[in-house]
Design a protein around this ligand. Sequence first.
Ligand code: DQA
Length: 147
Amino acid sequence: MKILVLHGPNLNLLGERETEVYGKVNLDEINNRLKRLGSKYQITIVTLQSNCEGELINFLHKANDEASGVIFNPAAYTHYSIALRDAIAALTIPVVEVHISNIYSRESFRAKSVIAPVTIGQISGFGLESYSLGLKALLNHLDFLRE
Ligand code: DQA
């Protein structure tokens, strides 16, 4: 089984960007941790990041043919990208939305996700663990992991 972990804009700067909010761990380390977790479950984790909305949409379209599900941190696009929302609505594979920070305890403009209604669920506020929790939730949804 293959799962895509997709990171949106500015997440390439993790580890150096607003470390008081997002922590000091960089994107490569997050991806490596997820790949290790994946190999524990004998699944393949593919990781991609883009700062461009259109490229994220193309990655999602491609994932529909190649992956069983997606863990997606849409970053700032969470709050306003109808194009990404529509791309997810068009998929036949499940998507879990994840956020490192708790988007409901920050500025009011972050408290809305246009993406969440077209996902199977959202995990927000658990730091880097949001990704591994998201992966477990997705595998559970796919009936791959029942704890
Ligand atoms: C984020 C939260 C978003 O509001 C923000 O724009 C990000 C990161 C998070 O993971 O907490 O870039 O998605």
